[in-house]
Design a protein around this ligand. Structure first.
Ligand code: UD1
Length: 417
């Protein structure tokens, strides 16, 4: 198993390219199931989660060619509308195949994902929505078995769940008549998915707002789609730049998708510059405490909460961070405290009293974004060495993170244990 070694205290400077968004690419891959001729995705990131989805779709009979950053998916030979536990348990996003499978084949069997490090993460909204579209749902030996011909309906989500919005939007494309989904998620990844489905011949409007309408069609054909830039990855580089007192520009990033983060970085005293396709941050004069509450888009993303907490560990004053999206997303706190941070937890609230500096330490990655926070803390630490163990969590969502930080001047390397 690999670990990442970091000697921090170097202000990061330079430019880095944002890759395609994992959270956009995964549902786009699942959406290809709906197309009756091959699809092509561009700007697909080379990440473990993408390989997991590749494996799952290949198991079902999808022929995939992934060369460079282009992926061709030919779903004409799907034999098994099934996603078994061995493949689903590795990645919750496997559940995305349920909606398109039942919409195209009238039946699907997909293992129910379990909990994960950041909470129990139920899928009840996905299932209630599918039932509203006329699907019969049963649970059999840990699998969701869905069956039925879908019919358009009105459905209000209890919470604007990203995954449920995507599942229902995909399913509704083949439901007979009109579907109206309200209280849906507004994330940019949803707009990316809607654009792909519309290119296949779907009739979706309203993606990006809190209400989506879909007029069902009889069939969908293959289409091409460009995966949007990863706002979370871009945000991670920007936070690291500011947290180390450096000057970092992310190219190919969409500043509009990062508005909530950029506002907080400015409030903390960083200088933010944004123009077409590039976003920069500089923070030579230290940072001050800010309060953050995670929210569905366009609010502050839960996927950047841990990284921002690392930054706030050395900001001047006391910051309060509230996590409102997931119930247990403070796995980084104990590790940050081992590096000298002063963070107290009370339920879904963390109080961070800024300290003068962090010290390197051996730390354990627990989930994807918490691990990114530990890397940032390691880059901030002015004394000692940080060894981040269980790097496979980071590899799920960041392409060779150490090489890209090294290109910004960081002293960082990956070693085999
Ligand atoms: C997606 C992202 C993830 C991000 C999250 C919130 C992907 C592949 N992953 O995850 O990186 O952190 O959005 O921005 O895109 N919930 C229910 N019932 C449901 C569905 C969700 O109670 O049926 C709850 C969840 O437990 C969680 C909250 O709603 O507390 C948000 O979850 P959701 O928006 O669905 O996140 P994901 O789509 O799983």
């Amino acid at each position: 198993m690999d670990k990442i070694l970091i000697r921090g205290g170097v202000p990061l400077t330079g430019t880095v390219h944002a890759r395609g968004a994992k959270n956009a690419a995964l549902p786009l891959m699942a959406a290809a199931i709906l197309a009756e001729t091959p699809c092509v995705l561009h700007n697909v990131p080379c990440l473990h989660d993408i390989f997991s989805m590749d494996k799952l779709l290949s198991f079902m009979g999808v022929r995939i060619d992934f060369t460079g950053r282009a992926m061709t998916l030919d779903t004409t030979g799907i034999t098994e509308p099934e996603a078994p536990y061995e493949l689903v348990r590795k990645m919750r996003a496997s559940f995305f195949v349920l909606g398109p499978l039942v919409a195209r084949f009238g039946r699907a069997r997909v293992s129910l994902p379990g909990g994960c490090a950041i909470g129990t993460r139920p899928v009840d909204i996905h299932l209630k929505g599918l039932e509203a579209l006329g699907c019969k749902i049963e649970l059999d030996e840990g699998d969701v078995v869905a069956e039925g011909t879908l019919t358009g309906a009105s459905f209000a989500l209890d919470f604007p769940s990203v995954g449920a919005t995507e599942t229902l939007m995909m399913a509704a494309c083949r439901a007979e008549g009109l579907t109206r989904l309200t209280n849906v998620a507004r994330e940019p990844e949803i707009e990316n998915l809607a654009a792909f489905l519309n290119a296949m011949g779907a009739q979706i409007s309203g993606a990006g707002s809190d209400m989506i309408t879909v007029v069902g069609v009889d069939s969908l054909k293959g289409a091409e789609c460009e995966v949007i830039a990863d706002r979370i990855e871009a945000g991670t580089f920007l936070i690291a730049g500011a947290a180390t007192g450096g000057d970092v520009t992310v190219l190919d990033a969409n500043a509009g998708h990062l508005a909530a983060l950029l506002e907080k970085l400015r409030e903390a005293g960083a200088t933010v510059t944004a123009s077409e396709g590039r976003v920069g941050v500089a923070a030579a004069n230290g940072l001050k405490a800010v309060d953050i509450s995670t929210q569905p888009y366009p609010g502050f993303p839960t996927d950047l909460q841990a990284q921002m907490m690392a930054l706030l560990a050395c900001a001047d004053g006391t910051s309060v961070v509230r996590e409102t999206v997931f119930e247990n997303r403070f796995m980084q706190v104990a590790e940050l405290n081992r590096m000298g941070a002063n963070i107290e937890l009370d339920g879904n609230t963390a109080v961070i009293r800024g300290v003068g500096h962090l010290m390197g330490a051996p730390v354990m990655a627990s989930d994807l974004r918490a691990s990114a926070a530990l890397v940032i803390a390691g880059l901030m630490a002015t004394h000692g060495e940080t060894a981040v163990q269980r790097v496979y969590h980071i590899d799920r969502g960041y392409e060779r993170i150490e090489e890209r930080f090294a290109a910004l001047g960081a002293q960082i390397e990956r070693v085999r244990n």
